[in-house]
Design a protein around this ligand. Structure first.
Ligand code: PLP
Length: 421
C-alpha cells in the first residue's frame, strides 16, 4: 500500500490523463495489456533505450514493446530509412513495390521459408496461417496449447478466450506434455493445424523442451497436419529464430514485432505447396488482402533493421548478453520466491508462492501477486520501465552497466523483502 501511494504521488499527471482518456476509451485503454492498476503511467517520448513519462520521469526501457522495440526508439539507420522513404517513396502507393520484394527475400533467407506473405500484426499472421492450413488440408480443427498466446483473438488459458471466434474448432493440449500433444494431434482426425510457441511469451517465458517441440513436429507430419510455429516473439533469439536453435522445420512460421523495424508488422510463410493456397494465379486461391500489408515504412525499416542492424553476428552476441543477464538474476533467486525463466534476450521474472524454479506449464505458476506488484512498483521507482507481468525484453542499445544496475536493484529488493521471500 505504501508503494502504491508513492506510485500515485509520483505520477499525478498520468492519473489525470487516465481519467481524461477513460471518457473516450473503455477503461482509458486501447491495449488491455497496458492497463496497470491503479492507472497506467503515460509516456511522452522515447530515445535510444529510454522512455520519458508525462510526469517527467526518465526510465530505462525493459518492456522493449514486448520484443517489438528491439532497435530502441531512435536507432539512426532505422530513422534514416523511415525519413528517406517518406521523402523519396511516399506512403501507401496502392501498388506493388520492390521494397516488399527485397524484404520478403531477406526474411525467406534468414528464416528458411520458401514463400512469405505480409500482414499488419502477429495476430493477423496467425489468422492467415490457420486459414491457409485449413484450405490446404481440407480439415477444420486446430490444436493449441494451454497458456498459449497467438494474438488478441487467439489467447489461451486452459481454453480459448471468449473473444476467440470459433470456440468449438479448437482442441486444447498441455504445453510441454509430449503424450498429450501426440494424442491430440494424431488422434483427432480433423486437425488442420497445430500452432505452438517455442517459448510461451505470456507465461512469461515458459520454455518449450526440445523433446516436446520435436514431438509436435513429428505428430503433425504423421497426421497430415500443418505445423505452425509462432515465432512472433522468438524470431529474435537467433539469426534464424528459435527454429534454428532447436533444429525445427515448421510447415509455416509466423513472424511480427521487430521485423517491421518498429512499424506495425506481421508475416507468415514456409512450405511452397502450403503457401500456394494464397497464389492469386491459381484457381480457387484464398484471398489475403490488407490495405497496409505492404506499407512502405514497415517494408523499408524492417529491411534496414534486418540487413544492417540485427545481422546474424549481432543477433548471436545480443542473445548471449541476455543469457548472461538471466544467469545473474537466477543466481540471486536461490532461496527466494523469485523465479527467472527465458531464453537469450527475452527474460521472465516470476514471484511464486512455492518458489518453484522450473516452469513447464502455465498451470505450474502459483503466483504471489502481492509480491509481483510490489516488485513492479519498486522497479518503476528505481527508474526501470518494467512490464507488470514480469517480462523483460532487451533493447540492442541498452548499456551493460544499466543492466547491471538492474541486477543490483533486484538484489536489493530481495534483501529488503527478506521476510516475504
Ligand atoms: N504471437 C505471439 C507469440 C505474440 O507474442 C504476439 C504478441 O505479443 C502475437 C502473436 C500477436 O502479435 P501482434 O500483437 O502484433 O498482433
Amino acid at each position: 500500500e505504501a508503494a502504491q501511494s508513492r506510485f500515485a504521488s509520483r505520477n499525478k499527471h498520468s492519473r489525470k490523463l487516465h481519467e481524461e482518456s477513460a471518457k473516450s476509451l473503455p477503461g482509458g485503454n486501447t491495449r488491455s495489456l497496458l492497463h496497470t492498476p491503479p492507472f497506467p503511467v503515460f509516456l511522452k517520448s522515447g530515445k535510444g533505450y529510454q522512455v520519458t513519462s508525462e510526469d517527467g520521469h526518465v526510465y530505462t526501457d525493459l518492456v522493449g514493446e514486448m520484443t517489438a522495440a528491439l532497435y530502441g526508439h531512435s536507432q539512426p539507420l532505422i530513422q534514416e530509412s523511415l525519413i528517406s522513404t517518406i521523402q523519396n517513396v511516399g506512403l501507401n502507393l496502392g501498388g506493388t513495390t520492390t521494397l516488399e520484394t527485397r524484404h520478403a527475400a531477406l526474411i525467406c533467407e534468414r528464416f528458411k521459408l520458401d514463400r512469405v506473405r505480409f500482414a499488419n500484426s502477429g495476430t493477423e499472421a496467425n489468422l492467415h496461417a490457420i486459414q491457409g492450413a485449413r484450405k490446404f488440408t481440407g480439415k477444420r480443427k486446430v490444436v493449441a496449447f494451454t497458456g498459449g498466446y497467438h494474438g488478441g483473438c487467439y489467447t489461451f488459458g486452459n481454453g480459448p478466450a471468449e473473444n476467440c471466434v470459433d470456440l468449438e474448432e479448437w482442441v486444447m493440449a498441455e504445453y510441454n506434455d509430449v503424450e498429450d500433444a501426440k494424442r491430440k494431434i494424431e488422434g483427432g482426425g480433423d486437425v488442420a493445424a497445430v500452432i505452438v510457441e517455442g517459448m510461451q511469451g505470456r507465461g512469461p517465458c515458459i520454455v518449450g523442451t526440445s523433446g516436446f517441440l520435436k514431438q509436435v513436429q513429428e505428430s503433425a507430419r504423421k497426421a497430415g497436419t500443418v505445423f505452425i510455429l509462432d515465432e512472433v516473439q522468438t524470431s529474435r533469439l537467433a539469426p534464424g529464430g528459435l527454429q534454428e536453435l532447436e533444429g525445427l522445420e515448421p510447415d509455416i512460421t509466423t513472424l511480427g514485432k521487430f521485423l517491421g523495424g518498429g512499424i506495425a508488422f506481421g508475416a507468415f510463410g514456409g512450405r511452397e505447396d502450403v503457401m500456394r493456397v494464397y497464389d492469386p494465379r491459381e484457381a480457387n486461391a484464398l484471398g489475403h488482402s490488407g490495405t497496409f500489408n505492404n506499407n512502405t515504412l514497415g517494408m523499408a525499416a524492417g529491411y534496414t533493421g534486418l540487413s544492417q542492424v540485427f545481422t546474424p553476428d549481432v543477433s548471436r552476441e545480443f542473445n548471449a548478453r541476455g543469457d548472461d543477464l538471466r544467469f545473474r538474476l537466477q543466481e540471486l533467486s536461490h532461496g527466494t520466491k523469485m523465479t527467472v525463466t527465458g531464453l537469450g534476450s527475452i527474460i521472465g521474472i516470476h514471484f511464486l508462492q512455492d518458489g518453484k524454479k522450473i516452469l513447464a506449464n502455465f498451470n505450474d505458476r502459483k503466483e504471489d501477486s502481492d509480491l509481483r506488484r510490489l516488485f513492479w512498483f519498486e522497479m518503476m521507482e528505481s527508474g526501470f520501465w518494467f512490464a507488470e507481468r514480469g517480462s523483460v525484453n532487451l533493447i540492442l542499445e541498452t548499456p551493460w552497466d544499466e543492466l547491471m544496475r538492474f541486477v543490483s536493484v533486484v538484489e536489493d529488493f530481495l534483501k529488503r523483502h527478506e521476510r516475504l521471500v
